[in-house]
Design a binder for this molecule. Structure first.
Ligand SMILES: [Zn+2]
Length: 116
């Protein structure tokens, strides 16, 4: 399961941020995932909850924002937002594109508390 690896990298980033900022408890993590990554938000949340158990991250809210697909047609150079089930260019109909956005996984923000 691909989501376990993603949850693991979110945990790694979160721990670094917590250490750098002296946070003892993490309350919220907001991430952005591209639609092209095929990450299941539910599966990711599930993997994340399991992984954070008995850590300072336990109970943190994981907010998953999906970033839209942005493609550039190689034929007519037009940029368009694609649908996952229809990636052809709406301008010229070609299915020859570059992915500009939609494959990334970004940790947007991490919030927590300093206690003690
Ligand atoms: Zn085109």
């Amino acid at each position: 399961m691909h989501e376990v690896g993603i949850a693991d990298s979110i945990m790694g980033i979160t721990k670094d941020v917590a250490r750098e900022n002296g946070l003892t408890r993490i309350t919220n993590i907001t991430i952005q995932i591209g639609q092209f990554t095929a990450i299941e938000a539910d599966a990711l949340d599930f993997a994340f909850q399991l992984m954070t158990k008995d850590t300072p991250v336990e109970g943190a809210e994981l907010v998953i924002e999906k970033t839209p697909l942005l493609l550039r047609c190689k034929k007519c150079e037009g940029e368009y937002s694609g649908e996952i089930d229809n990636l052809s260019c709406p301008l010229c109909g070609a299915e020859d594109y570059m992915i500009l956005q939609g494959r990334e996984m970004v940790v947007k923000s991490i919030s927590g508390e300093k206690i003690g």
